[in-house]
Design a protein around this ligand. Sequence first.
Ligand code: S3P
Length: 166
Amino acid sequence: MQNVILVGPMGAGKSTIGRLLAKELRLHFKDSDKEIEQRTGADIPWIFDVEGEQGFREREQSMVVELCELDGVVIATGGGVVLRPENRQALRDGGRVVYLHASVEQQLERTSRDRNRPLLRNAEPGKVLRNLMEIRDPLYREIADIIIETDERPPRLVVQEIIDRL
Ligand code: S3P
């Protein structure tokens, strides 16, 4: 089976949905951010603090290229993975790309209790998420085979829709 690759903004539910989807499809699950943390032995905020966003993006690119070469896995990516053209190419070539869409309001709600997102630490989160979506939404759409709405929908329902449309 082809890989299933989940893209979308912070708070779209990529990790939660990815884990459930992999279970349903009996595939392995790989979370790009978690893999980076395991390899580095440091968490994402620490990488941003010490190496800057640029350093994180370098690690992200090598991880994504590596994960996309696997076979038959569900992959959850970080929200900024689509920024680099090399990543977009690797994702497109790597399997079926599913864009989990969420409104900025839902993203805000789902990320509000989470301190693990460096891009949301220093500015008004609503403004940041809105600006990011303006740049990234067209990029998610550019590489998506399937676009799924996640607003106000429980993960199980989203998973079922992905399976129906794969
Ligand atoms: C980022 C999203 C995060 C993580 C990093 C940068 C982004 O992943 O990769 O903090 O640029 O949107 P999630 O989308 O899983 O929160």
